[in-house]
Design a binder for this molecule. Structure first.
Ligand SMILES: [Zn+2]
Length: 380
């Protein structure tokens, strides 16, 4: 007994130290904790990411990697208050994997860490996570990817660079190779550029954290104009999408619990990413940011021009009311059908859905996930 007590006391300080350095915010889920394997994962350029595998006890299942949108996290696929995508995948015989790439709000450096562009996500985060999963599951098991928003946009760059070969299929939600932002959004992005000059480098979403009298107050005030919901966090996301003027979801599609958790599900948006986003928007294609840095030579300068190298079936999904990327997916389907008719690309529109609610919506399991399962089921 005495010996044991001494050992645990001696070990305690070291443990505390490990916990306080770079711990990810715990995932919110209602799975058996013993089944949730969190894998220490660092990219070759030194970013600590989150990689999570849900252990099903069945090593023969096809794997599905889920990629969140920028400022969201793996939590968007696990929300305990609704039947979520992970629940549905488990029930249908898949093994879910979740990557918190460097734009995740669960990561401890999310507001203070090194800056990056989507080139880095496409070059390091996604291919290295896919390679890790491949190493674990072997070459024989199918590996699918379901990706949302910027997760999907970055994936399109990885795919056209040939960095994630041999996927069994990809489901892309919201935007893929032909990004087209809501009209007012591009204008507001210039406004955001002005904010950058005032040394504001993140747009917060949690009004309680930002405080009543802060340099952000005018942003929240702008977002509250013509808003029908009194919640400032909801206003800045639903009515203004971090001050860009776009809308991230159809309000009535969220459950009350999800609505109250928005500040946890979506973190502050870094303004320093806007130059890359603006270049992408102007090109109406996913374009590489780094032109001269040789480390990024593996990425195509323009992903749409390199679409012929896509080697896997793609399902493009979008809500009919997407208030951020509009009909980008429909456009992508048309452009690819014309330019690359040999590719296996289909398009499904979800009536009455916006952008984030295709995953967060209280009825997403009924209205959206069936399309994803049909696609995976035909190719597993
Ligand atoms: Zn609201």
């Amino acid at each position: 007994m005495i010996f044991r007590t001494k050992t645990s006391r001696a070990a305690r300080p070291a443990l505390r130290q490990v916990r306080t350095t770079a711990a990810l915010r715990p995932l919110r889920h209602r799975l058996d904790p013993a089944r949730v394997e969190e894998i220490p994962f660092r990219t070759s350029d030194g970013f600590r990411l989150g990689l999570t595998r849900v252990d099903t006890g069945d090593s023969g299942r096809p794997a599905v990697l889920l990629l969140h949108g920028h400022t969201a996290s793996a939590d968007m696929f696990l929300q305990p208050e609704t039947r979520n995508l992970v629940d549905v995948l488990l029930d249908e015989g898949y093994e879910p994997w979740l990557l918190d790439w460097r734009g995740s709000c669960r990561l401890p450096y999310n507001e203070t860490g090194r800056r990056y562009t989507y080139d880095d996500v496409a070059l390091y985060d996604i291919p290295e996570a896919v390679a890790h999963i491949r190493g674990r599951i072997g070459d024989d098991r199918p590996l699918f990817v379901v990706a949302h928003c910027i997760g999907s946009l970055s994936l399109s760059l990885s795919m056209t660079a040939g960095l994630v070969p041999g996927l069994a299929g990809v489901v892309s939600q919201g935007v893929f190779l032909t990004p087209k932002l809501a009209g007012r959004t591009s204008l507001r992005m210039s406004v955001a550029g002005e904010l950058l000059k005032k040394r504001i480098d993140h747009i917060p979403v949690d009004f309680r954290k930002a405080g009543l009298r802060s340099k952000y107050t005018p942003l929240f005030a702008l977002a509250s104009r013509k808003a029908s919901c009194p919640d400032p966090t909801c206003q800045i996301l639903h009515n203004s999408a971090w001050g860009t003027g776009a809308s991230l979801f159809v309000h009535e599609n969220l459950s009350e619990t999800t609505h109250d958790r928005l500040a946890e599900l979506l973190g502050p948006a870094p303004l320093w990413i806007l130059p890359h986003l603006r270049r992408i928007e102007l090109a109406r294609s996913v374009v590489r940011w780094h032109d001269t840095d040789h480390r990024y030579r593996a990425l195509p300068p323009n992903a749409l021009d390199a679409a012929g190298s896509i080697d896997t079936p793609v399902l493009l999904l979008s809500g009919s009311e997407n208030g951020l990327w509009l009909d980008s997916q429909k456009l992508c389907h048309q452009v690819l059908a014309h330019r690359q008719p040999q590719l296996d690309v289909s398009y499904t529109e979800i009536p009455g859905y916006g952008h984030l609610d295709t995953f967060l919506g209280r009825g997403a399991a009924l209205d959206v996930f069936g399309h994803i399962l049909d696609f995976l089921g035909e190719r597993r």
